[in-house]
Design a protein around this ligand. Structure first.
Ligand code: RIB
Length: 305
């Protein structure tokens, strides 16, 4: 039986749409303000749930009122019984600028996301799950504990290393799919890398099983013991790229579930889901399996340069 567990962050995204990303020290006028549900963990959980119904979410919320967000997650069909409330912090908030071309910059106040501890992970029965998905907006010790427990229970593990940080060497063997973007892949090891493939190969040598690099408009690339393969994205009008990487990771996990762990089929599905995700404002503007399959049927893939 397949079941996904996403462990990670929940934020309220405060988004200003601007002509461009402001430079350091600059004040830029003229933006429209919107508030969205976000956080890399919740984004991945919603993306997975849109495609695959059996999805649970574990996160930390703060002393402030998060009932609206939690009710929304529940309404989307997510199992949120593993979400914990912490009284000593407020819930996470992200300040986001989205430029006219859809690119973004994000500053996060993690709040209660940082309170989710290895002890909380110790209370989870990982044998109930087949796939576990994480990011790095919760403490690295928590992520390490979850990866270890997930592997002990024979789960497939997926980690988006964002925000990027140097990964402890002892967690690398517990990662089945590492899904960084092309900037993050260079920042995950003590050594300075300038080449994404070289960085990926070093991670594989150190125990990661597959590295799947997201390349924005240029698609994505999987690197593993079998070699490299590129996946295209679809031709769409880009409005907002916030949460596209999270959509890719969550949809990839869902794809593994529906395609019996065929990573090739899962990556194709994730590419289409992430293409649709950038066509609307808001991190969680994700689409159903039927909508994603409809886009795949158009075969309107972008050429990789
Ligand atoms: O990856 C996008 C997400 O990063 C946003 O939703 C924001 O909350 C930050 O966590």
């Amino acid at each position: 039986m397949k079941k996904i567990l996403v462990i990670g962050s929940m934020n309220t995204d405060m988004v200003v749409k601007c002509s461009r990303i402001p430079s350091p020290g600059e004040t830029l006028l003229g933006g429209v303000f919107s508030k969205f549900f976000g956080g890399k963990g919740a984004n991945q959980a919603i993306a997975a749930r849109k495609i695959f119904p059996q999805t649970s979410f574990c996160a930390g919320v703060g002393a402030d009122d998060s009932s609206e967000y939690l009710a929304y997650l529940k309404k989307q069909g997510l199992d949120i019984s593993l979400v914990r409330k912490f009284k000593k912090a407020n819930s996470g908030v992200a300040l986001i600028t989205v430029a006219a071309d859809g690119e973004n910059s994000i500053a996060v106040a993690p709040g209660a996301n940082l309170m989710l501890s290895p002890a909380d992970i110790g209370k989870i029965d990982f044998s109930k799950f087949s796939h576990v998905v994480m990011q790095l907006e919760t403490p690295i010790a928590t992520v390490a504990a979850a990866l270890k427990a997930a592997k002990k229970a024979a789960c497939i593990t997926i980690l988006t290393p964002a925000p990027a940080q140097i990964l402890p060497l002892n967690i690398l063997k517990d990662i089945d799919y590492l899904i960084p973007n092309e900037h993050e892949i260079l920042l995950l090891q003590k050594e300075k890398f300038t080449d994404a493939s070289a960085a990926a190969k070093s991670l594989l040598d150190r125990g990661v099983k597959n590295v799947l690099i997201t390349l924005g408009k240029r698609g994505s690339k999987i690197i593993n013991a079998g070699g490299e393969k590129i996946y295209s994205v679809y031709k769409v009008k880009t409005v907002d790229t916030v949460g596209a990487g999270d959509c890719f990771a969550g949809s990839f996990a869902a794809g593994l579930c529906i395609y019996n762990n065929d990573s090739d089929k899962a990556a194709k599905l994730a590419s289409a889901a992430a293409s649709l995700a950038v066509t609307k404002m808001g991190a969680q503007s994700y689409h159903s399996l039927a909508q994603v399959k409809k886009l795949m049927a158009t075969k309107r893939v972008s050429k990789i340069s």
